[in-house]
Design a binder for this molecule. Structure first.
Ligand code: ZN
Ligand code: ZN
Length: 243
């Protein structure tokens, strides 16, 4: 009996990590499917700003949220709305950077699940029918072993009970990293980089498009155009963080 109990304990430790995936602090004795300590959980969901409904930027408390903000006034977006889990800073920024490392798929999925549980009504406001992650180019995906946005989307799809369509859109052109580019370069970089419709139909569907970080919105816009060209009814964007 004792052998059986210790075997079960060992399996339990494999299934439920004993330490927080983010800060490595020991977890409470009761296993939690989230694998994040209470302090990291509350830091991840503590976005205290009002946000622009068009581009997910932080805005002042008395600014109207429906018509766009100073930051997106000159942008032409074809997605209907944008929302975020938080600002690209602090614990959320650390978590997003960690998600890109090998073996961190479970952290990305966990964050997606936490986000879905926390912001269910807001995420479902546009009545989406499927969740689609922004794809990596196949070569980049092969190198990394997974697409962190797809892992976040998988966690969201479990929490929101919505189907995930990982192949609704493909990145047909590898694009250089955008972190050191100007806004204009970012826009040029992603034009025509995505194509939809070859592997899964999106016709007449309302789509919740998931990415990790939104800066200018150029990537979300390029994917949205590909999805709309393939017949999608509507695209709404949800990102882990706005930078
Ligand atoms: Zn923690
Ligand atoms: Zn805006």
């Amino acid at each position: 009996m004792r052998n059986l109990r210790s075997a079960l304990h060992a399996v339990g430790e494999l299934v439920w990590p004993r330490n927080c995936l983010l800060c490595d602090v020991g977890m409470p004795a009761e296993p939690s499917p989230l694998c994040l300590c209470p302090s990291c959980q509350s830091a991840l969901i503590s976005d205290s700003f009002s946000t622009c409904l068009r581009c997910a930027s932080s805005i002042g408390p008395h600014v109207p949220t429906t018509v766009g903000c100073a930051r997106c006034a000159n942008e032409k977006y074809h997605f209907k709305s944008a929302q975020r889990l938080g600002v690209y800073d602090g614990v959320l920024r650390d978590a997003i950077l960690k998600c890109k490392n090998p073996g961190q798929e479970i952290l990305a999925e966990t964050m997606g699940f936490l986000w879905g549980e926390q912001s269910r009504s807001r995420l479902l406001q546009s009545v989406p029918q499927i969740i689609v992650p922004v794809p990596l180019h196949l070569r980049r995906r092969w190198e990394r072993g997974f697409n962190q946005s797809e892992s976040v989307a998988r966690g969201l799809s479990v929490a929101l009970k919505l189907p995930l369509s990982s192949w609704a859109v493909r990145r047909v052109r590898a694009t250089p990293s955008q972190t050191s580019q100007t806004p204009m370069e970012r826009r040029k970089n992603v034009v025509g980089a995505f194509r939809s419709g070859a592997f899964a139909t999106v016709k007449d569907l309302r789509i919740l498009l998931i990415d990790d970080v939104l800066t200018t919105g150029a990537t979300s816009e390029a994917v949205t155009l590909a999805l709309l060209a393939a017949g999608a009814a509507q695209v709404d964007v949800a990102v882990l963080a706005h930078r």
